[in-house]
Design a protein around this ligand. Structure first.
Ligand SMILES: Cc1cc2nc3c(=O)[nH]c(=O)nc-3n(C[C@H](O)[C@H](O)[C@H](O)COP(=O)(O)O)c2cc1C
Length: 442
C-alpha cells in the first residue's frame, strides 16, 4: 500500500515521498513519529488492514503486529460480494478505528463457539441491554458475549434500521436477538442483522410476555419444535454467522424432559450453533413476565442432562446466576453461562470476567476509569442530540456495595435526568464514590 494513501487517511497530507509498506510494522515505523502512540496507531492498524484487503479482495487482514488473521471488516463472513467491496470503500473513511483487539475478540468468540470452549454472556434484556448499556458493559469486559434486546423480525425488516440495529464497533462480539415465527421473515431479518455486522443471530424461544404471545413467538414456540427447526434452517441458509436459540425448559403443562429434548433435537438438526437454556419453565397465562423470571423454580439439572445427551453441541445455561463462582461451577458441566439481572444490577462483577474466566493477563478495568470513558462517550452522544440519562440509567449500580455508592446512584438518578444535563454530572457522581455516605450526601 502506498504510504501517502495512509497519510491521507490520517489527515496528514503533502508527504515528501511515496513509499510502499508491506506490513503494519513498516507502516508504523514510518508513521509513529508523525502520529504518536495510542489511538492513532490503532487507527493506522485499521486503515492498513483495510488497504491490505484491496490487494486480496475477499479476505481482510486484521492483525496484531505481524500475525495476519483473515478477517473482514465487520465480521469474517460478510465480505464476499461487490456490494461488500463498496461498503469497504465507505468504511475506509469511517472515523471510528476498528481495533485489532476487537478483531481478536470476535475471532476468539467464534472459535469458542465452534470448539465448545467456554463462553460467558450477558443476557438479552428488553429495554435494558440497548447499545449504551452494551457499550458500558464492554468497558468492563472484553470477553463477554453481549446480546441486544429482542427485536421482532418485522421491525428489523420494516423499521428504522439504524435506530434499531446500530451499534458501536467496540461492542463486538455482539449478538442480535430476533423474535418471530415465520421462517422467511426470520431469514430476511437475520440477513439484515448479519449485514449490520452482528457476530451471531439468536432466535428468542423464551419470552413469555403477552405482546409476544400475540405474535406467536417467544416461549410459546416451545410447543412447536418443528417450526423452530424450520426457522433456524431458514436463518442458517441466509447467513454465515452463527445462528443460536435461547429457550426455556418447557412451557405450561409440558414435561420439561420431553419438551426440551424435542426442541434441542429440532434446532440441532436444523444446524443451530448453540442452544442457551433459561432453566425454568415459562407460564404463558396468569404470570407477568417479571413473575415468570422467578416462578416456577429453576432446574439446572435439566440443562445438565441435556448436555449429557448432546456432548458435542454447544449448550449454555441461564437463570438466577448471581456470581462468577456460580458461573465457574456451571462452566465445569456446560459450554456457556449467561447472566442477566445480576450483571445489570452489579456491573462491577463484569470487571473480573476476563481475568477470572479467561485467564487474561491485562489489569482488571478500573471502575473510575470506566466512568471517565463513559463521560467521553456521553459527550459524543449528547453532541449528537441524545440525553445523558440514556446512558447513565444503566450505570447506577456500578459502585454497588462501596462507600458513596448511594450518592453515586442518587446523582445519576436525579441530576442526569434533567434537561441539558452534561457529562460533568458523571464526574461529579464519581467524586462522591469512596467518601463515607454522610459526607458524600453533604
Ligand atoms: C428487563 C428484562 C428484559 C428481558 N428481555 C428479554 C429479551 O428481550 N429476550 C430474552 O430472551 N430474554 C429476556 N429476558 C430474560 C433474560 O434474558 C434472562 O433469561 C432472565 O432474566 C433470567 O436470567 P437472570 O436470572 O440471570 O436474570 C429479560 C429479562 C429482564 C429482567
Amino acid at each position: 500500500m502506498q504510504v501517502n494513501e495512509i497519510g491521507n487517511s490520517l489527515g496528514i497530507s503533502n508527504l515528501p515521498m511515496t513509499w510502499f509498506a508491506t506490513n503494519v510494522d513498516q507502516a508504523l515505523c514510518f508513521y509513529r513519529p508523525l502520529v504518536g502512540e495510542g489511538l492513532e496507531t490503532e487507527r493506522l492498524r485499521c486503515i492498513f488492514s483495510l488497504s491490505a484487503n484491496e490487494r486480496s479482495p475477499g479476505s481482510l487482514f486484521g492483525f496484531d503486529y505481524g500475525r495476519h488473521v483473515p478477517y473482514s471488516f465487520r465480521n469474517p463472513y460478510n465480505f464476499r460480494t461487490p456490494r461488500d467491496q463498496n461498503r469497504y470503500k465507505s468504511v475506509q473513511n469511517d472515523p471510528i478505528p476498528y481495533s485489532s483487539f476487537t478483531v481478536q475478540a470476535i475471532e476468539m468468540y467464534h472459535k469458542s463457539l465452534k470448539n465448545k470452549e467456554k463462553i460467558f454472556a450477558v443476557a438479552p434484556m428488553m429495554d435494558w441491554t440497548d447499545r449504551h448499556c452494551r457499550f458500558f458493559h464492554r468497558q468492563l469486559t472484553r470477553r463477554a458475549l453481549l446480546y441486544t434486546e429482542m427485536v421482532v423480525a418485522d421491525a428489523v425488516i420494516h423499521g428504522e434500521r439504524e435506530k434499531l440495529l446500530g451499534f458501536d464497533a467496540v461492542e463486538h462480539p455482539v449478538a442480535l436477538q430476533i423474535g418471530g415465527s415465520e421462517p422467511a421473515k426470520l431469514a430476511r431479518a437475520a440477513a439484515i442483522g448479519a449485514d449490520f455486522g452482528y457476530d451471531e443471530i439468536n432466535l428468542n424461544v423464551g419470552c413469555p410476555s403477552d405482546r409476544v404471545q400475540s405474535g406467536t413467538f417467544g416461549a410459546c414456540l416451545m410447543k412447536t419444535p418443528d417450526l423452530v427447526g424450520a426457522c433456524v434452517a431458514a436463518m442458517k441458509e441466509r447467513v454465515k454467522v452463527p445462528v443460536t436459540v435461547k429457550s426455556r425448559i418447557g412451557v405450561d403443562d409440558q414435561d420439561p424432559e420431553e419438551a426440551l429434548d424435542r426442541l434441542a433435537e429440532a434446532v440441532f438438526a436444523a444446524g443451530a450453533d448453540a442452544l442457551w437454556v433459561h432453566a425454568r419453565k415459562a407460564w404463558l397465562a396468569g404470570l407477568s413476565p417479571r413473575e415468570n423470571r422467578e416462578i416456577p423454580p429453576l432446574d439446572y439439572g435439566r440443562v445438565y442432562r441435556l448436555k449429557e445427551k448432546y456432548p458435542n453441541k454447544f449448550i449454555g445455561i441461564n437463570g438466577g446466576i448471581q456470581s462468577l463462582d456460580e458461573v465457574e461451577a456451571h462452566l465445569l458441566r456446560l459450554d456457556g453461562a449467561m447472566m442477566g439481572r445480576a450483571a445489570y444490577h452489579t456491573p462491577a462483577l463484569l470487571a473480573d470476567v476476563d481475568q477470572r474466566l479467561f485467564g487474561e493477563k491485562r489489569r482488571r478495568a478500573d471502575p473510575a476509569a470506566v466512568v471517565e470513558a463513559m463521560a467521553a462517550y456521553a459527550q459524543r452522544h449528547i453532541a449528537a442530540g441524545g440525553r445523558l440519562s440514556h446512558i447513565t440509567r444503566h450505570m447506577v449500580g456500578l459502585f454497588h456495595g462501596q462507600p458513596g455508592a448511594r450518592r453515586f446512584r442518587q446523582i445519576l438518578s436525579t441530576r442526569a435526568t434533567r434537561p441539558g444535563a452534561g457529562a460533568d454530572v458523571l464526574r461529579d457522581a464519581l467524586a462522591a464514590v469512596g467518601l463515607p455516605e454522610r459526607e458524600a450526601v453533604a
